[in-house]
Structure formats: C-alpha cells, structure tokens
Design a protein. Structure first.
Length: 164
C-alpha cells in the first residue's frame, strides 16, 4: 500500500504550488481581487463577514513565515531527490532516504495547513462550517482546483515534478 504516501505527496505538492503562485502574484494565501466577500480559496460561497475575513487573514499572516520555511524545505528536498533520480549511480537506499525526507517535509507543510484550518473552523457559523467541511481540505465549492485532469501528477512535462 505504498500508493497512499505518493498520493499525499502529490496533494502536498499541489498545495505548495498554489501557495507559491499566489505569493508570486503578491497575494496572501487565499486572498486577492474579488475575495473581499469571503471568496478566498476554500471559502468561496461561504459569504464570510468582514470580521471573519479579517480574522482569517490574520491567521494566514501569522502562519506565513512557517509556510514559507516549510515550503522551501519541501522544495529543497524534492530538488535533491530529483537530482539523485537523474544520476544513474544513485542506489535505491539513498533514493529511499531522500524520498523519506521529501515525505517528511511535505508532511510538516500539511500539518501547518491543518493548524490554520483548525484555527479558522471555530470562526465559522454552524452553517458555514457544515458547508466548508463537505469539501475536501482546501478545495473550493466545486471540489477542484481548476487545473484540469492530471494536474500535478507524474507528467514529465509538468514543471512541478521537474528539478529546477
């Protein structure tokens, strides 16, 4: 049953890529144009009040440094693993160790996302909370990320899996 850690890794990489793209655009996680009505990523359709929006933004800002550090650690671990994968002389034991480091780094990033979610959930009304919990973690009201089938998978042309 090795498929589950791999699926988790792909999910974590997708979360990291989305956060990096939002950060590169000069936005905080889940905020930007059109998000003033509680339309942040994962909160679309919940109609957060201005007070809730401010609290959610403050929570994200408190965790921003940890997201950045943990994201950079995960990226560095992935780069090291990809470099080792490209080297035909790298033995399986070394690759396993590097894979374990990638998995651990991505797990730490996932725990940070979970901590944010656990801080935000008590801010929601029972109706908002029920609607939010129906969705997979961090996904919008339609359950997807809008990137199409197979996004972030093992497609060799996908920049998320290429060493840079």
């Amino acid at each position: 049953m090795r498929a589950h850690p791999f699926r988790f890794a792909v999910f974590a990489v997708a979360l990291l890529a989305i956060g990096a793209s939002l950060q590169a655009q000069g936005r905080g996680p889940g905020f930007g144009p059109g998000h003033g009505r509680g339309e942040g990523r994962g909160f679309m359709g919940l109609n957060l009040t201005e007070a809730q929006q401010a609290q959610v933004k403050a929570i994200h800002e408190r965790h921003q440094a940890a997201f950045k550090a943990k994201g950079e650690a995960a990226q560095a671990a992935r780069k090291a693993m990809h470099a080792a994968m490209a080297d035909a002389g790298t033995d399986a034991k070394t690759l396993q160790g590097l894979h374990d480091k990638v998995s651990a780094a991505q797990f730490e990033l996932m725990l940070e996302h979970r901590a944010v979610r656990q801080e935000i959930l008590p801010l929601l009304t029972p109706e908002q909370k029920a609607q939010f919990e129906k969705r997979p973690m961090g996904m919008g009201p339609r359950g997807g990320r809008g990137r199409g089938p197979g996004a972030g998978g093992m497609n060799p042309d996908c920049p998320m899996v290429q060493p840079s």
